[in-house]
Design a protein around this ligand. Sequence first.
Ligand code: PFF
Length: 456
Amino acid sequence: MDQRGIHGEWASRWIFILAATGSAVGLGNIWKFPYMTGENGGGAFVLVYLICIALIGIPVMMAEVLIGRRGRMSPINSMRYVTKEAGLPRGWIGIGWMGVVAGLMIMAFYSVVAGWALRYVWTTGTGSLTGMEAAAIGEQFSALLADPKQLFLWHSVFALMTATVVALGVERGLGSAAKLMMPLLFASLIILVIYGMFHGDFASGFHFLFDFEVKRLTWDSVLKALGHAFFTLSLGMGAIMAYGAYMPANASIGKTIITVGILDTVVALTAGLAIFPLVFANPPLQPSAGPGLLFVSLPIAFSSMPFGDIFGTIFFVLITLAAWTSSVSLIEPGVAWMVESKKFRRAPATFLLTGISWLLGITCVLSFNALAEFKPWFLLFKTPFDFLDFMTSQLMLPLGGLFIAVFVGWFMNKQIVERELNAEGHALFDAWHFVVKFISPVLVGLVMVLTLIDSF
Ligand code: PFF
């Protein structure tokens, strides 16, 4: 059942780390984490998020990668393999299916936001922000959202960029892109934090991120922190399972995934430390500005700062790169499945699936203008953009993660799991197994149930 040859394999453990970190680090870290932290009261939200990463995210991520490497195929077929091996009903394969669908749903809105970043690379790069009034910059973002043609254009450019890399395959596409872009991304983030230290209100930014005010937490914000832990680690939808399938057999899953989890968390916190000092140094700006936080407050900060155009451009290039190495992992699970099971060649499969997401993305483009008031009951009274974000981050990914934890903790042969993790006799194996079997599923289930009760 060894299908390594079909899709290829990462050239080394480090390429896997870069690719998986590339998938994890994305708009989630740089766009979503700061604005969610801002909307949910700062430090307390950050603390819950960190607990979720440590107690649920990283252990479940190891479980997901291990299924991928055991099955060595797309999430759907890897699930098929391990389900059969464990003698379980075929329904478990649904985890793989839900992942493929969730990937296409995320890509639909992800590509629209990445399109905003592309547009701002253009705006800052041409120097048009310099000396602009704060109000005018705010209006510029609103004008962008109100213009479906522009949004559509940049959404399409980003979808095409994504498809190009996926079509090139695991080694030449995904692997090389990660190798090239991830170091650049780390470097530009460091430059920006240093910039923020000198030109922003670093102390206020720091306190906002790390002072806990427990009373600001609601069950809803706990669920958001949990959902975000899944989103930011690319967890619960097979992306990381697919990447695990291309992992060399002798690489240690435990160490590798802990590295990825830590890198992802460090990038999110660093992005917060780059952004909030700038927000607080420019008093009219509010941390709770919502999804526009990054796209309004930062250009305002950059417009009035020395070399703001240059740093602004670096920042938006950084966001685009981060989004790019993530978006490819949203399409990959479905593509791998079509190549394996439907005898597609990689390129047509890629363009077909990216095309479906791109079409769905048009509803997200329109969510900011023509369809802004379209919040029907079947979208749970949300715009298509908000609905897709809600369904995936807060429902499908946590559920996917819950099922993966239950599957590995309760139904997979413990010896196989131990061997696949290269953890024979390792002192921490039993602790990890306990967490995946009891702690993670109970916590995810509890948070979901309590939020449901809370919302009535
Ligand atoms: N982890 C990515 C981010 O933080 O931007 C988003 C993401 C990518 C989610 C891939 C899920 C996924 F499968």
